[in-house]
Unconditional design. Sequence first.
Length: 331
Amino acid sequence: MTVASRTAGVALALTAALLALLVLSVGTGEIAIRPGEVAATLLGGGDRATGFVIETLRLPRALTGALIGIALGASGAIFQSITRNPLGSPDIVGFVQGAAAAAVLQIVVFGGGTFAIAGGAVIGGVGTALLVYLLAARGGVQGYRLVLIGIGVSAMLIAVTDYLLTRSTLEQAQSAQIWLTGSLNGRGWEHVRPMAVALAVLLPATALLIRPLRMLELGDDTARALGVAVERSRLALVFVAVGLCAVATASAGPIVFVALAAPQIARRLTHATGPGVACAALMGGVLLLGADCASQRLFGDTQLPVGVMTGVCGGVYLIWLLTREWRRGSG
């Protein structure tokens, strides 16, 4: 009960932080809008000019960022629970690199438009995740094997992406690099709706699989003894996690380290022993929306893509995590 109460309190605090960041993101910029006016406009009041700024220019970007962060946080929590490894995230096991290679292939070879690039990214990411899973499945999927194979496949896909960029024209290379950075610039309601529909389908599916996920964290033998169909449950969880990461990547490009860091930060806040998907999802939304606000406001007229900000912060976090794991192992 103590753990449940703490987890509920953290979830409420993260929800409040996410809403505050949403109001901050919508209300700040060249045209400052007070929080009260933001709330009034969102509730159907406010004048027409304020409504245009909020509902047309700022709110779609903020909502897209929040939904992408939620998807990445939930996906990372599932991957880390399946692998029982804090490095088991879509960034590490090859999904992002597969999506990037397929998207660059669409840009450089096929000259695809926005929807073709998004579709290629989804297909590439899903295909890579399935390949890594199948390679790791021989003799039963083990977490460390999944991570190591994912790292190897990621390295090969990075080489493929680099090769494609060397064969591209300057215009193609610029377009590919913009996508590879990960950005929320220009996001509108056409990006919000698919993300909202995908989360409405995939998050309930995740909730249905929480019990098997908890049992899998105890080990395959224990999970089987408790009546869990281990391989079937693991494959279903991989599909859900890949789906969450796929729609996020298709919407904004590869935004790194949110899926890696959000579950670990949420777990340290809640002190929970289970997967903690809900808190990880909320933490992902807070991290991504906070990074987007910082990338827009901290550097004056220069607005950094949100992927740059998450990459810098995530790199520092990854170094700390690796150092901590090394000290724990050597101790």
